[in-house]
Design a protein around this ligand. Sequence first.
Ligand code: ATP
Ligand code: MG
Length: 288
Amino acid sequence: MKEYKPFKSGKVRELYDLGDSLVMVCTDRISAFDVILKDPVPEKGAVLNKMSKFWFDFTKDIVPNHMLSIDTKDMPEFFRTPEFEGRSMKTQKLEMLPVECVVRGYITGSGWESYKKEGKICGIELPEGLKECQKLPEPLFTPSTKAPVGEHDMNISMEEGIVWVEKFFPGKGKEYMEKLRDLTLTLYKKCADYALERGIIIADTKFEFGLDEKGNIVLADEMLTPDNSRFWPLKGYEAGKSQPSYDKQFVRDYLKANNAEILPQDIIEKTIAKYKEAYELLTGKKFA
Ligand code: ATP
Ligand code: MG
């Protein structure tokens, strides 16, 4: 049997190269306050993998995506073990576009910091008097550079984005940035409206796109998971204060109160239950 080694280990995911395609594996690792915790959260990887699959299916009429299969039968024998089952996605291998396509429906995080300082986000002027976590008049496309390892991503305006993409794809900066903006806003609106009906506010999220061998723009990476989005419970939502994170609130509260890095079993269990609840609310299916 051919053995595979990941060519990349992110904070949470591991990537394997199959030559013409990739296998992305979602581990059970969890980060809070930018630290990877010692204890995994069992099943988190599988829950997030299936959440991505749900959204890729849900939006395939808007833009093609890189998902080929989450069935390990479609992967080399090496992946057909319990270690990979459920948490792996075979995808097309793309040339990634160097932009993180962030979209914000509500003002929080770095967007809120920037608004307090200068009244705008990524060069976009906003009305005065917005409160923390308030719904924005319109969802905003607030891109950032996808920086090489070791460098920080930087928020950029549309104009800066065009110049940035030109560096990698001469003559294509404007065309690509406009397409990315339009796709990002269309995807966000459809998915956020849907989630809201099911009791979850998608405050913001990030999409990544790449090019296939024909030069078509394809949606890639993971999609609308709690690891790349802010999900808030609709129940109890109120602007003017920070909102509880849907999935990691127990973990953060515990770490703050106990100054510890190790999670007790009941906190781990409550956290898994939250991930599954989000999955079940969003997909309308039991997590099996
Ligand atoms: P973080 O842990 O903060 O997310 P990271 O983004 O470097 O760090 P991963 O998200 O695990 O780590 O890595 C996934 C990488 O694979 C990203 O660089 C992403 O742009 C890239 N990627 C996603 N989809 C594809 C694809 N279809 N083809 C090629 N590369 C892809
Ligand atoms: Mg990533």
